[in-house]
Design a protein around this ligand. Structure first.
Ligand code: KG4
Ligand code: ZN
Length: 363
């Protein structure tokens, strides 16, 4: 199975082979565009799409030679068909369809979210029939925060989603406020290591609901900074703390030295607020829906502290816990190839007339 992922700003190609006892990843190439978008403070769809067009053919060649495979030996072609940026999705899907037509092989359009939610089972975790064990899946990335009850392959029920920012987006925005780099998650995690998670009591929103909200947490951090005589270094909306800072607070840029204790405590307290919400809701969903396995995937699930606390909370309740391997958490094509291979073996195939869908839902 060859899969192409171009839902956002990462171009990725992977080749995966089914083995009797699992799967063998023959190639997995990812080209990041972070540098191209950094100076704009966000992803510019036009630039992302033009870069996909340049990178995808190069990655296809690299993947084929890494896999030591001839094009004619590939049995099926897949691409992410949504959700994502229309102009980006279009590139990967068009190339995969072109290859499928050219080599007379099946095409599969894959839901990016299905790629994430199956990634904890990647390679070794499926039995001979590729059965996915029922689980409550927490997908946490820069674009999504959702709880999905998974009954098995293709049996997904969305039970919770964010009503505003995604968890990763909150990490990225708060990191920006603190003058840290993009993506913000890894930076915050790094500083949080030496910080006190109890120093600042940030809000844990909507704990009684299966849905999530992180914008209040982001705002709480923003309004705390002037009180600490710190002014956010950069904020994206107008009329916020930069212009409304407390009287008498010097409007200097926020500057921390690399080992600043205050920065570490802010990061640790912010991270802990997010982790508390994610862990509490995921375990509650597993209990409510009587599921004995919790899985986490997506970029934020790289976070070691989240993984540790989710594992501990699960074991306290006698629930099994599985996370995607760290290299599979952020966007990649291996997870798309894996979902496509499971689907192909279960008898699924997509029509070549199937369109991309920027708003594709998981269920
Ligand atoms: O899954 P992903 O690569 O892209 C999307 O589909 O959105 O996730 C990227 C997100 C970013 O918001 C990034 O800050 C966050 O994942 N992230 C982390 C960590 N590593 C990446 N958040 C918290 N802790 C991390 N270690
Ligand atoms: Zn993703």
């Amino acid at each position: 199975m060859l899969a192409i992922e171009t839902s956002c700003d990462e171009t990725a190609v992977a080749i995966l082979r089914q083995r009797h006892s699992g799967h063998e990843l023959l190639a997995s190439e990812v080209a990041s565009q972070i540098a191209a978008h950094e100076k704009y403070g966000g992803i510019v769809p036009e630039i992302a799409s033009r870069n996909h067009l340049v990178y995808a053919p190069r990655l296809l060649d690299r993947a084929a030679s890494a896999a030591k495979t001839r094009w004619a030996e590939i049995n099926a072609f897949a691409a992410t068909r949504g959700p994502g940026l229309a102009s980006s999705l279009m590139i990967g899907a068009s190339i995969a369809k072109g290859l499928a037509i050219g080599f007379g092989k099946p095409y599969l359009g894959i839901n990016h979210l299905e790629g994430h939610l199956l990634s904890p089972f990647f390679a070794v975790e499926t039995d001979a029939n590729n059965n996915i064990k029922p689980n409550v899946s927490l997908i946490v990335s820069g674009g999504h925060t959702m709880l999905v009850v998974v009954g098995g392959l293709t049996n997904y029920k969305l039970v919770g989603h964010t009503v505003d920012d995604a968890a990763g987006e909150a990490f990225d925005k708060v990191a920006k406020m603190l003058g840290l780099g993009y993506p913000g998650g890894p930076e915050i995690e790094e500083h949080a290591r030496s910080g006190d998670p109890k120093r600042f009591d940030f809000p844990r929103s909507m704990l009684g609901s299966e849905n999530f909200s992180f914008s209040g947490l982001k705002t709480a951090v923003r309004y705390l900074l002037p009180k600490l005589h710190l002014i956010p270094s950069e904020v994206e909306e107008s009329g916020d703390a930069t212009t409304t800072g407390s009287p008498g607070v010097p409007s200097t840029q926020l500057r921390f030295s690399r080992d600043d204790k205050l920065l570490a405590d802010l990061c640790a307290s912010f991270q802990q607020a997010i982790i508390d919400v994610l862990v509490t809701k995921t375990i509650a969903a597993a209990q409510k829906h009587r599921v004995n396995l919790v899985t986490i995937s997506g970029g934020v699930s790289c976070n070691q502290e989240l993984r540790r606390q989710m594992r501990d909370a699960s074991s306290r309740k006698g629930i099994e816990f599985k996370s995607a391997q760290p290299w599979l958490c952020t966007d990649n094509a291996a997870m798309i190839a894996f979902a496509a291979l499971l689907r192909l073996r279960a008898g699924f195939e997509s029509r070549l007339t199937e369109e991309i869908d920027p708003n594709l839902k998981v269920a």
